[in-house]
Design a protein around this ligand. Sequence first.
Ligand code: DGY
Length: 330
Amino acid sequence: MKKHLVLYKKLSPELMTRLHEHTDLTLIEDLGPAGLKTLRQALPKAQGLLGASLRLDAELLDLAPRLEAVASVSVGVDNYDIDYLTRRGILLSNTPDVLTETTADTGFALILATARRVVELANMVRAGQWHRNIGPLHFGSDVHGKTLGIIGMGRIGEALAQRGHAGFGMPVIYHSNSPKPAVEQRFNARYRSLEQLLQEADFICLTLPLTAQTQGLIGPREFALMRPQSIFINISRGKVVDEAALIQALQQQRIRAAGLDVFEREPLDHHSPLLQLPNVVATPHIGSATHETREAMARCAVDNLLAALAGERPANLVNEEAWQSRRARA
Ligand code: DGY
């Protein structure tokens, strides 16, 4: 008998066909109030869950006693109570690698947009306010040759370092749990303490996952260490940053600009003070949002899910312990 899947994200026709072949499924296309109600009703029979952008906590997962596998269409797994899933032996998988390059492209788009004031000046043209050749008031700052500081040297951090080093001739400095000699060799990068990096980098880019250890990592003390010409870029998670402290640093011109793809609360409130600041470029969490990459992520999640439901170890398993406990019980 086919296993029951609750799919809370509509996928391409090709992937839908594949899922229909292998599972009985309940599809929830929209996670509004009606969709959430359907989700709660479907959870009791769910053996698999696949989707993204939904906080799956213990309260919700308690409604799913038959659950075997959760496949997230994301690399970040901060939406999941991993300890709880592991205790119940539920396999959690994610979609790394396929989104690395696209997310690094987003990081660089924000670097260029903030440094060269692309959005602000394009809006000026659109508003009919380009009356004469622009002068220093509208000049931006160089990107090439400036120091690129990366906090969190994982796959996306490396892809950002590659772009900065090879494409823009930028000296790269980084901070992560420990120094990474291979990265240092490839990009001529230098390890720094967090404090040193904040004091030295022209561009400070966050690429770390949100965990209990990284939540609120960048707050008033950290912004105070940055230089007035620093540009702050966040393509990781909004909660890694104390957003009130960021707003204050921008308002008091303690840093030059910010390029933000992620926020403490998403969608960002239209009345956020961030949106009053011309030197903020805010995008709606588009890190991996291209047609090609989102399809690759969905395919990866489907592979993970079908493997798990077939009793195999998914390629991108997040909680190894759950797999071990399943095997011990088998
Ligand atoms: C990810 O994959 O984690 C992206 O940030 C989308 O949520």
